[in-house]
Write a protein that binds this ligand. Sequence first.
Ligand SMILES: C[S@@+](CC[C@H](N)C(=O)[O-])C[C@H]1O[C@@H](n2cnc3c(N)ncnc32)[C@H](O)[C@@H]1O
Length: 253
Amino acid sequence: MDIPHETIHDLLEQELSHHEKEADAIKSARSKLHNIMAPYLGDLDYEAAAAELDEVLASGDKAKLAEACTQFLKVHHSTAERLDYVKEFYGYIFKILGADCSILDLACGLNPFMLPLVELPTSLTYTAFDIHTPRVELIKRLFSGGIGLQGNAETRDILVRPPQQKATAAFLFKEAHRMEKRRSGATRDLIASLNVKHVFLSLPTHSLNGRFDLHERMNRLVESSIQGLGLKLNVKEFVSETLFHLGKNHGEA
Ligand SMILES: C[S@@+](CC[C@H](N)C(=O)[O-])C[C@H]1O[C@@H](n2cnc3c(N)ncnc32)[C@H](O)[C@@H]1O
């Protein structure tokens, strides 16, 4: 699955320090890796998607590009759900960030394919990070197609090497609850280390099967992750995710 060495190394190091038997540590690391890569959330045929993307980008037809991106987004559970309110979601965020901004999309998944579907700020620099290299390569292809932003994508484990570059905002959508299963306190450490004015963190409102309301659990996760960090918090509800806007620099964002 093209998993970066840094991720495997980090997981094994952590699990070996928590288990006496090596076999138990490896079993636990495997299970955490399964949770991180989340194959149960769906995925693309990357070769076919790359060919389709090249074709629509070369055609210069924006409607065709939007249609191809929509099909990609439908394959992944988290982005499929967001499609229902994508314009409202990004409208809310970009109104706060203004016409000229830079964004770090952390554990981005397929989320960058939302960009051709929404109205973008006049000047946007967008850097996407994920540990899944085929996904990152497909996002690079999208960014090289002249879609009205300056984009880059990088294979990087954001918990092992949190991005340190200055940016207007960081996105951390629908992943913090899984990060906490990998390492308790991971979200807090990541937020504290980022060199940005705003963090937009979203979490699901319900379990994957739709049966359990997660609001209380996710609110607790955010509260414990930001306690004492001096952040200004605003909360906006969307149908399937709650968006937590965290103003860094003691609310001066
Ligand atoms: C559920 S998807 C969320 C995607 C996206 N944030 C969204 O809401 O649409 C999780 C993504 O996070 C990536 N991921 C998980 N842990 C990561 C880490 N430590 N560093 C970078 N990417 C990670 C996975 O490869 C996957 O693409």
